[in-house]
Design a protein around this ligand. Structure first.
Ligand code: BES
Ligand code: MN
Ligand code: ZN
Length: 498
């Protein structure tokens, strides 16, 4: 959809299919809204004063059709809650509520009156980015394998008013983030009989075709064998679907400049292998490639934004199946690093893909490596769907990720990698076991990965909880942590990390 900043035009003269106007629960109409109300002969004040609504953010909306006195076809009043408490979360709720309403109608051009919302620590720039992002993600519909019955019109033009063109850059950024998140959602939502490792490689190839800054190389099983990726290959051994290690490079800075490396877990279906999972909700294991999907979403977004940074995206893609050729509990395999691994549980497969991908990342001499993975059920047990769990070996990197998560409402929370936890991974038959005991599963998975991340600053994002929702109409991939990662990479171009 097109983004636009309408500069120095009164709200009453702004033409659109709908103008969205905030109403404070405690303070009624703001300054710009009052100007519009005056042009409309008090029509807004009448609604606000009626007592029919409380104007909580996320709750109350009132749509006026054909208001006399302004250039727009409709005015939508939307609750914004208490002005003194209006922060990022409330702003996001306000925007989502407004967008739900306009998307349910027939309004291709919607103008948001954002001037009154720039209160407390909320800036027009932040609102501009968030609006454009939210408009993209709110308009997403999964239609690849079913029809969309409800849709009326397409929202194709989004505008805000401002005193200069400058928020337009932020709208562009938000749009790229939203589209990147939608790419990740679509890949996550696609069933595993469509979204295979080969499909992910094709998707990466498409990104390279669409963007001059992106190059892609796909390493097949023969290539992985030649490299010595015994852990990676052990995951794919039981599957008829061939595994792929997909290497994407976005060159936004000078050639040879050290890159940031993103590594995504792309298990296109996780049955557990011989350590097979119970049947209940096993369909959700099609989402076990959401880390990979996020990496692809981020690569597309930063290419759209022409981010002046070199970024390598590694997508580790395989299907985890039981079969006569599958890896068995107790099997010992040799990783690309040379360390041997005793596979005590074939359902702890994500770390086996990632350990070889992390070793592979070393050759790019990255400034930072961030892996993204739906790695442990324990992350859901601890945090539900709210947090990306972050662990790593560099506190400055982790702090930046935590900060970025707050800024873009894609929050992360840190768990420790204390030495005490490493003991759980000792094996009698190999250098390391692929599982720890019953306790602290998210941490021991992180400990395992840390053994393969010795040479660089590294953070691990366990997105088992944040990457998809399991229930009802909301069931589906969320696109997280695309916003967090794009925010992080953007801050690196503004204030390089130490
Ligand atoms: N993909 C799963 C993690 C997962 C499970 C994510 C359920 C979301 C919902 C991962 O491959 C896995 O099976 N992890 C095991 C590790 C265990 C065997 C040490 C887990 O968390 O149970
Ligand atoms: Mn598993
Ligand atoms: Zn898995």
């Amino acid at each position: 959809m097109d983004s636009e900043v309408i500069v120095n035009l009164s709200i009453a003269e702004t033409a659109a299919d709908c103008i969205v106007v905030p109403v404070w629960k405690d303070a009624g109409l703001g300054e710009e809204a009052r100007a519009l109300d005056a042009a409309l002969g008090g029509a807004l004040g009448t609604v606000v004063g009626s007592g029919d609504y409380v104007w909580e953010a996320n709750e109350d909306r009132h749509l006026l059709h054909g208001p006399a006195g302004c250039a727009a076809q409709r005015v939508l009043l939307v609750g914004a809650g208490e002005r003194g408490r209006f922060g990022r979360k409330e702003a996001a709720k306000f925007l989502a509520s407004a967008l739900r309403k306009v998307l349910s109608g027939n309004m291709p051009h919607v103008h948001f009156s954002v001037a009154d919302l720039a209160v407390n620590d909320i800036s027009i720039d932040w609102l501009a980015a968030r609006l454009a992002q939210a408009a993209e993600t709110a308009a997403y519909r999964y239609v690849a394998t079913k029809e969309d019955a409800k849709r009326k019109a397409v929202l194709d033009r989004l505008s805000i008013g401002a005193t200069s063109e400058s928020p337009l850059d932020m709208m562009r950024r938000g749009k790229a983030v939203g589209q990147g998140a939608n790419r990740a959602r679509e890949l996550g939502n696609l069933p595993a009989n469509i979204c295979t490792p080969t499909y992910l490689a094709d998707c990466a190839q498409e990104l390279a075709n669409e963007h001059r800054s992106i190059d892609v190389e796909v390493i097949d099983e023969r290539g992985m064998k030649a490299l010595g990726m015994g852990c990676f290959l052990s995951v794919a051994a039981g599957s008829a679907e061939p595994a792929r290690l997909i290497v994407l490079k976005h060159q936004g800075a000078e050639e040879g400049g050290k890159p940031v490396c993103l590594v995504g877990k792309g298990v296109t279906f996780d049955t557990g292998g011989i350590s097979i999972k119970p049947s209940a909700a096993m369909d959700e294991m099609k989402f076990d490639m959401c880390g990979a999907a996020a990496v692809l979403g981020v690569m597309g977004a930063i290419a759209d934004l022409q981010l002046p940074l070199n970024v390598v995206g590694l997508v580790a893609a395989a299907e985890n199946m039981p079969s006569g050729r599958a890896t068995k509990p107790g099997d010992v395999v040799t990783s690309l690093s040379g360390k041997t691994v005793e596979i005590l549980n074939t359902d702890a497969e994500g770390r086996l893909l990632l350990c070889d991908a992390l070793t592979y990342a070393e050759r790019f001499e990255p400034t930072h490596v961030i892996d993204v993975a739906t790695l442990t059920g324990a992350a859901i047990a601890a945090f539900g769907n709210e947090a990306n769990v972050v662990l790593g070996n560099d506190q400055a990197l982790i702090d930046r990720l935590l900060q970025c998560g707050q800024e873009c409402l894609d929050p992360a929370w840190q768990l420790p990698l204390w030495p005490e936890y490493h003991k759980q991974l000792e094996s009698n038959f190999a250098d390391i076991a692929n599982i720890g005991g019953k306790q602290a599963g998210t941490i021991t998975a992180g400990c395992f990965l840390s053994k393969f991340a010795g040479e660089f600053k590294w953070a691990h994002l366990d997105i088992a909880g944040s990457a998809w929702l399991s229930e009802g109409a909301a069931k589906g991939a969320t696109g997280r942590p695309v916003p967090l990662l794009v925010e992080f990479l953007t801050t690196l171009t503004q204030a390089p990390a130490t």
